[in-house]
Ligand binder design. Structure first.
Ligand code: F6P
Length: 726
């Protein structure tokens, strides 16, 4: 049962297998991994890198006697080890993985392992580096005003960074050069740069799901193939295989080689997906709509997104489309998400309603972008998995998937593959900067550290993202999901509840619209750190006759004015000097001292959009690393997905009974009452106007009615209407 090897080399020391908690069932050194129940314990110390694999015998808890014996042995070894030794450090380093493995072994092993493992590493909030920052915030920063800080020339010239056309000015943050040094100390303490490298190299940092986190591989260049492996898979080679497949498919689609079931060219694309399978592609689409190349390359095609399970979203998406000219893309990593799958079935039914119940309709009109592990589900749906299936992998999180098939397929079909490639190139440029630039010149690192500073030390728990570019109108929504789903956590990577605030409320709208919406609160209400995004050149500038400035200059005047207004504020004296009546003076005073950063980019292109995306993805990762979170799982949302299941059971039962025959008894009287009210009052509508027919099944008939009865195609060939019904 115990591996025959007498010792395991760990960090230059020969340790008996029992020393490493891996020996609970079975332990051996190894260089490759094949089983998903394998975990690696790695310690990177220059030349002394060793890898030890922990393998559960079969994941079962049957071997309790053996587990107990092994645990006891481990206990003895740990007790005889100097707690300050490297072994202790190894155990800390690998704590979450050991815990996860313990889980797989069963409850009793888990409990025993917890008891004997060294105590988890202290919370980052108890480190001297964290405490120094706390003191610094109280003793130095809180007595300073940004109005004065901005008069410090050296500070202003130091607090900016540039990379590949991106200009980042953080001089309007409530921070000094000393603050930045203290933040870099904290970053070093948290091994930020090694952990960033670990992410790029495919380490399984999403330990609760035992997955690597490799969205950066999605935009790596082909010549980087062979440098990143996940469970023996060459990640970058895989990525390029799929990109090549998408490129070929795009060319065939756009050249008319691929046609629909009735032989017509397809020119409408409907992308069905939710969350990360929707927000990223939609934000990118909005940018490219008005991008010079994008305008031309998309002529004759349309792209719409269907995300919400609200049937009205279906209606709004496809009411005026001709199904014969429409390609449906189902984007779902799991291919099980309830909303997406219902929408996918609805769209399939829509196709069948118009073209007949033939499986070939699905094979010709439905494409799937999904995880490789969902292949069987994709096939069962009727998709032609040889030609119309574009895979991604478990090591790409949904909210990080826009650079993979989730974004590549809809965007390339509409705009051509080349434009999508430019987006990847931009993201790659920022990735390389993030990986290689020193911390004090590294834009995503600085942005992340300032996020930590504002949230954990200055006490600001929300922040706004204001792009001065209408084409970025959906960027805030994407970043909102990206960040809030990533860092909205409460347990650190050592399995311990944290005692410091993490995860901001992210929101935003384009400037200047936002100024006329929620800026009142930002100026005179709460303090909310803001990111202002501006562009040197507009996608489409206008200079009207008799206007002194172009419309873009007008827009950018606000981009420059707002950060200073927030930082400087306006004193009572300044207000009085403007001749303000005394009774209004206080109303017109602005405290100022409100932090912001300004990011200036050349022009909103596909390339720059890639840079912006990468910037924000990495900001989120930096904050998660500093806070010791796993930024790559989302158990809160998973729970939400399951919660609706119970309610659906109740609804199904109620729908299958006559009024009054079935009373819903839910979790509590309030829920029971509101659900019964809903069922009673919606019964007639669901039954299609109170027919005596006891049960009408669901959405299909409603959808059919919507599209077939109200928007029937008058003639079969609708050519000439840009793929829309006349
Ligand atoms: O791509 P899927 O598997 O349909 O999941 C959709 C979305 O659901 C979430 O898990 C939660 O909203 C996101 O992370 C994900 O992007």
């Amino acid at each position: 049962f115990i591996s025959p090897q007498p010792t395991i080399p760990v960090l230059g020391r020969s340790l008996p297998p029992s020393v490493v908690s891996s020996n609970v069932v079975h332990c051996r050194t190894s260089s490759s991994s094949s089983s998903s129940s394998c975990l690696r314990m790695k310690k990177n110390r220059g030349e002394r890198k060793r890898t030890t694999k922990i393998m559960s015998k079969d994941g079962s808890s049957e071997d309790s006697a053996q587990i107990a014996a092994a645990v006891e042995q481990l206990q003895i070894q740990l007790e005889s080890t100097d707690p300050s030794s490297e072994l202790d450090d190894i155990a800390h380093h690998n704590y979450p993985k050991v815990i996860l493995q313990a889980d797989k072994l069963g409850r009793s092993a888990h409990a025993q392992i917890l008891r004997i493992l060294p105590k988890p590493k202290p919370l980052v909030s108890s480190t001297p580096e964290w405490k120094r920052l706390q003191r610094h915030a109280v003793e130095n920063i809180q007595s300073m005003h940004l109005r004065d800080m901005l008069q410090d020339t050296e500070r202003c010239h130091s607090m900016y960074a540039e990379h590949d056309g991106v200009y980042f000015d953080y001089s309007r943050q409530q921070a000094t050069l000393e603050t930045m040094d203290l933040l870099y100390d904290l970053a070093n303490k948290q091994e930020l740069m090694p952990r960033i490298r670990g992410m790029f190299n495919g380490e399984k940092i999403n330990f609760t799901e035992d997955r690597a986190v490799l969205h950066t591989a999605l935009r790596a260049s082909k010549d980087q193939a062979g440098t990143v492996f996940v469970d023996g898979m060459d990640a970058i080679a895989e990525v390029h295989e799929v990109l090549d497949q998408i490129k070929k498919f795009t060319e065939a689609f756009r050249s008319g080689q691929i046609t629909g079931y009735t032989g017509k060219r397809m020119r409408n694309i409907v992308s069905v997906g939710i969350g990360g399978s929707y927000l990223g592609p939609e934000f990118l689409h909005e940018v490219l709509k008005t991008e010079a190349t994008g305008i031309n390359s998309s002529l004759g095609y349309s792209l719409r997104f269907l995300a919400n399970v609200d049937p009205v979203d279906v209606e709004r998406t496809c009411a005026d489309l001709d199904p014969e000219e429409t390609l449906i893309i189902v984007v779902s990593k799991t291919f099980t998400t309830a909303e997406t799958m219902l929408n996918a079935r609805t769209m399939r039914q829509w196709l069948w309603d118009f073209m007949g119940d033939d499986i070939d309709v699905v094979r010709k009109h439905v494409v799937a972008c999904s995880s490789i592990s969902a292949t069987e589900n994709v096939k069962a749906f009727g998709v032609d998995t040889d030609k119309y299936f574009f895979r991604f992998w478990d090591w790409v999180g949904g909210r990080y998937s826009v650079c993979g098939a989730a974004g590549a397929v809809p965007i390339s079909l509409l705009y051509g593959f080349d434009l999508f490639e430019k987006f990847l190139e931009g993201a790659r440029s920022m990735d390389q900067h993030f990986l290689n630039a020193p911390m004090n010149k590294n834009i995503p690192v600085i942005m992340g550290l300032l996020g930590v500073w504002n949230s954990s030390f200055m006490g600001y728990n929300s922040r706004a993202l204001i792009p001065y570019a209408q084409a970025l109108l959906r960027l805030p929504a994407h970043i909102q999901q990206l960040d809030m789903e990533s860092n909205g956590k409460r347990i650190n990577r050592f399995g311990v509840e944290i005692d410091y605030p993490v995860g901001e409320v992210d929101f935003g709208e384009p400037g200047t619209n936002s100024q006329h919406s929620f800026f009142q609160l930002i100026h005179q209400g709460q303090t909310i750190p803001v990111d202002f995004l501006g562009f040197v050149q507009s996608q489409h500038d206008l200079l009207m006759d008799n206007e002194k400035l172009s419309s873009h200059d007008e827009l950018m005047a606000n981009f420059f004015a707002q950060p200073d207004a927030l930082a400087n504020g306006k004193t009572a004296e300044e207000v009085r000097a403007e001749g303000c009546p005394e009774e209004l003076v206080l109303h017109k005073v602005f405290d100022g001292n409100r932090p912001s950063s300004s990011l200036l980019f050349p022009q909103l292109s596909a390339y720059v959009t890639g840079q912006i995306l990468s910037l924000y993805e990495h900001r989120t990762a930096v904050q998660g690393f500093i806070w010791d979170l796993n930024s790559f799982d989302q158990w809160g949302v998973e729970l939400g997905k399951k919660l609706a299941l119970d309610v659906k059971e109740h609804l199904m039962e109620a729908r299958n009974n006559e009024v009054g025959d079935h009373e819903i008894i839910a979790d509590n009287p309030a829920t029971s009452r509101i659900m019964n009210y809903y069922v009673k009052n919606s019964r007639d509508a669901v039954r299609g106007g109170g027919s005596s027919n006891p049960v009408v099944t669901s959405a299909t008939s409603v959808t059919r009615k919507t599209h077939k009865d109200f928007f029937p195609p008058q003639i079969h060939d609708l050519g000439g209407h840009s793929g829309r019904l006349s």
